[in-house]
Design a protein around this ligand. Structure first.
Ligand SMILES: [Zn+2]
Length: 397
């Protein structure tokens, strides 16, 4: 059994090894750590298999070492398990099989597991990335107490589970112990439902991004099928509204898909051929990778719970009131985007007059989306053929 002093030393050393590995690999901290890429660069054989009671395991071989991850896990847990197994490899441990007891919590009675766990945490949540994610939080910019939605956004920015994100916020003194316990007890689904103001629109496991004005120009690394909710103040009595410039179809103020009808302000209706449209009216441009699945102007802004229709809770402060934010009876524009294809794309909104395209925009809002396929969740990603390798190495295991 490790005493407290040894426990700290074990963790500190493992954490240092993770930092050293990042340095050796020249990791760029501009998004969630590419743990799969790290495993590949270490020449580890990787496999996804449906496993009964294990999260994953690590096998040290003479010629080659390998890692198997349970393909049934949520991606965040797969990432954490993979980072944990890389820890066993880098720290020179012999093979290890890991269930939720070794990967999911700190066990002071097992120095090796403790080390692998500390390694995984430092590998996935290096300080530069944590610092950046903390800076990106709306709560940081608004100097207010963190809400579960902040913890959720934070965990998404790091590509870790909600629980791991919450405890990292606690370790960085951004959450009290009582709040961290409350947040983890309520869970990620509660945070997600609070963010979107109701039950999932589609896949309950899809990640939910809840973004506001504070997140303008954010670079979002998301996955196909994620829900990206954007809420921006919009006072329609001023004549200005948020126009969706990209993606180019589907916004509230969008006209017919093939031909835009634009009122120029002097009673003349102009027909304008949108870019990427051929003469026969059929869209010939590139496939739109971002779909708008929800677009409404909410008068008076989102309200505290208790009203009939579900209302996202982004603008509600701790006291449950948003009166100060919308003093003149304005409202909020609520949009939900869902990426449908891989690659880089962008959401671009402009606060302008819908009927006067000549007038300059008052404001703009942009998100750069880097859309990935679900990285680890599938099977058949890895070479060499998994079964042959398991047969060879796992006899009698
Ligand atoms: Zn382990």
């Amino acid at each position: 059994m490790a005493d407290a002093h040894t426990t700290e030393q074990v963790q500190a050393r493992a954490s240092m090894e993770a930092t050293r590995l990042h340095r050796a690999l020249d990791t760029q901290f501009d998004g969630p750590v590419d743990v799969l890429g790290i495993a590949r660069s270490l020449d580890l054989v990787l496999m996804m298999q449906p496993l009964e009671n294990l999260l994953g395991f690590y096998i040290r071989g003479e010629e080659q070492s390998g890692i198997v991850i349970n393909s049934r896990l949520p991606e965040s847990l797969q990432r954490f398990t993979l980072a944990h197994e890389i820890g066993h490899h880098i720290l020179g441990h012999e093979g290890s099989t890991d269930d939720e007891h070794t990967v999911d919590r700190f066990d002071p009675n097992s120095p090796l597991e403790l080390a692998a766990q500390a390694f995984a945490a430092s590998l996935l949540m290096p300080q530069p990335l944590v610092t950046q994610a903390l800076r990106d939080l709306p709560a940081t910019r608004q100097s207010r107490r963190l809400a579960p939605s902040d913890a959720y956004l934070f965990s998404r920015q790091l590509g870790v589970s909600y629980q791991a994100g919450v405890w990292t916020l606690y370790r960085n003194r951004r959450l009290t112990l009582a709040d961290a316990r409350l947040f983890t007890k309520q869970g990620a689904l509660a945070a997600k439902n609070a963010l979107r103001g109701g039950e999932p629109l589609g896949d309950a496991r899809a990640d939910v991004w809840a973004l506001t004005q504070e997140n303008n120009d954010l670079s979002v690394i998301c996955r196909i099928g994620d829900e990206i909710h954007v809420q921006l103040p919009e006072d329609t009595s001023t004549g200005y509204a948020w126009l969706v410039r990209e993606p180019s179809t589907g916004g509230l103020f969008d006209a017919a898909p093939s031909t835009a009808l634009i009122w120029s302000g002097d009673d003349a209706i102009e027909l304008e051929e949108p870019a990427g449209t051929s003469g026969d009216g059929l869209a010939s441009g590139p496939h739109e990778p971002i779909e708008i699945v929800y677009d409404e102007h909410l008068r008076g802004g989102p309200r505290p719970n208790g009203v009939d229709e579900p209302q996202p809770a982004l603008f509600i402060d701790d006291a449950g009131t948003n009166a100060d934010l919308f003093p003149s009876g304005g409202g909020v524009r609520s949009l939900t985007f869902v990426p449908r294809g891989e690659g880089d794309s962008r959401v671009l909104l402009e606060l302008a007059r819908p009927w006067d395209i000549q007038a300059p925009a008052q404001d703009r809002y942009q998100l750069d989306l880097r859309v990935r396929a679900k990285q680890l969740a599938g099977q058949g990603l890895f070479a060499p053929p998994a079964q042959a390798w398991v047969d060879e190495h796992m006899v009698g295991a």
